[in-house]
Design a protein. Sequence first.
Length: 74
Amino acid sequence: MHELGETTEPDGRVDDERDYVEFWPAGVATSGWFLCAACGNAVIVRQVLPRCMLCGERLWERAQVSGTPASKAV
């Protein structure tokens, strides 16, 4: 418990872009490599993100050109 007026130090965690994963919904106009958020199915999109053809999921994660999820590339 902290006394009134006492400052606290941060917990040491440094937030950066590696801690953030952006998900893209089906129906968005975009292009690039994407992985299904549910099953990992990879697609190359040139116009509009579809629903996943394997599991029906509507959320996608942008992938590196190698098909690796951006969140695992670091």
